[in-house]
Ligand binder design. Structure first.
Ligand code: CA
Length: 173
């Protein structure tokens, strides 16, 4: 057993002095904003805010889950509706920055949903199409959609389309 020392022992040496590289305290850390945001959250031009609500109208759960994952990872909030009727109701309740709209929906189909959206809103609409025939329909009928992606689409492509459509519609001079 060691003897306990009460105070009278040798005082500890002072901690080594660290010479400051910034003697006049002029140093301040770089603004952290750009460096701490993960790269996938940054829009290429930094002006586009990746926030707000994206409305997805899609009856296939697997696609909805995948879209949610990517949309939320970029910083948006996703509101998901499984039918056109529900989607129109959601859009009436709250502002969405963009709508992702499946063409093949139970009940009223995506083409008709897009027409009804356009009757009262300029919100950007990206159609999700399953077949070439559906592409012909949305292109040929001029239903007012801003863009479309063909299933199966890569989530990366979808996110690029969303950013592009937001840039086009929100950054008009
Ligand atoms: Ca569908």
């Amino acid at each position: 057993l060691g003897r306990r020392r009460h105070g009278g022992g040798r005082s500890r040496p002072p901690p080594p002095r660290i010479l400051s590289a910034f003697p006049d305290d002029s140093y301040s850390p770089r603004t952290p904003a750009a460096d701490t945001v993960p790269s996938y959250c940054q829009s290429p031009d930094r002006r586009l805010a990746l926030s707000g609500t994206i409305l997805l109208i899609e009856d296939e759960e697997a696609i909805a889950d995948l879209v949610r994952l990517f949309v939320e990872r970029e910083g948006f909030r996703l509101v998901h509706a499984e039918t056109g009727e529900e989607g129109l109701a959601r859009l009436a309740e709250r502002d969405a920055r963009a709508v992702l709209l499946d063409v093949g929906l139970p009940g009223i189909d995506g083409v008709e949903v897009c027409r009804r959206i356009r009757a009262g809103s300029d919100v950007p609409v990206i159609m999700l199409t399953a077949r070439d025939a559906e592409v012909d329909k949305i292109v040929g009928l001029e239903i007012g959609a801003d863009d479309y992606v063909t299933k199966p689409f890569s989530p990366r492509e979808l996110m690029a389309r969303i950013r592009a459509v937001l840039r086009r519609t929100e950054e008009r001079p």
